[in-house]
Design a protein. Structure first.
Length: 185
C-alpha cells in the first residue's frame, strides 16, 4: 500500500468529498483487516474501522504530508482507536461479552480454520503489543519496513530487529505446540 496518492490527500484536505471517497476505497480493506486481526471479532472490527475513518475525516486537515506518509498516519489513528476500545472495556471485560466464543454452530471445515486462527491469535496475543503490531503490519498488511518504522516511530533497523525477534518467539512457540503432536506425547 504505497503512498502514491498525495494529490488525493491534498484534495480531500481541501474538502473534496470524491477525493476522500477514493482514499477510503484505496485503504478500507487493509485497514479493516488490520483492525480485525487486533480484535478478532467482525462486528467490533467494523465499528472500530468506522470510528477510525470518522476520526480521519475529522482530523484530516491537521495531517501534514511533509511530516509523514498518509498510510502511516492512518494506521496510527487505527492503532489509537483500538487502544481506546480496549482501555474502555478493560474493567468489565468477560467471556460472556464475546459471542465469537459461543456455541458450535459452525460448519466442520470452518471450525478447523477457526481453531488454527485461534492458535495463531493466541500466539500473537502473547507477544508485546508493538511486536504484535509489527507482525500484523508486515505479514498481513504487507507493509515495508520503512512504512512500519513510520507507524511505530522507530528506525527502519529497529523495525527489522523487532520483527525478527517477534518471529523467533513465534517459531519457538509453534515448536512447543507441535512437539506433543509430533512425538505423540
Amino acid at each position: 500500500m504505497p503512498d502514491q496518492h498525495p494529490e488525493l490527500v491534498q484534495q480531500a484536505q481541501a474538502g473534496q468529498s470524491q477525493a476522500f471517497a477514493q482514499l477510503y476505497d484505496l485503504y478500507f480493506d487493509k485497514l479493516y483487516l488490520f483492525i480485525y486481526y487486533r480484535v478478532q471479532h467482525r462486528e467490533i472490527a467494523e465499528d472500530l474501522t468506522s470510528q477510525t475513518w470518522l476520526k480521519v475525516l475529522q482530523h484530516l486537515k491537521k495531517f501534514n504530508q511533509a511530516k509523514g506518509k498518509f498510510s502511516s498516519w492512518l494506521y496510527t489513528v487505527a492503532i489509537n482507536t483500538v487502544r481506546d476500545y480496549y482501555r474502555a472495556r478493560r474493567p468489565s471485560d468477560n467471556l460472556d461479552d464475546h459471542p465469537e466464543l459461543a456455541g458450535p454452530d459452525q460448519v466442520a471445515e470452518q471450525t478447523g480454520v477457526k481453531l488454527e486462527l485461534d492458535r495463531v491469535a493466541a500466539l500473537l496475543n502473547h507477544l508485546p503489543e508493538e511486536q504484535r503490531q509489527i507482525i500484523i503490519l508486515r505479514l498481513w498488511q504487507d507493509l515495508s519496513y520503512d512504512q512500519i518504522a513510520a507507524i511505530i516511530n522507530k528506525s527502519e533497523a529497529a523495525a527489522k530487529m523487532m520483527f525478527s525477534r517477534a518471529l523467533k518467539i513465534l517459531r519457538n512457540s509453534l515448536l512447543i505446540l507441535w512437539l506433543p503432536i509430533i512425538f505423540n506425547l
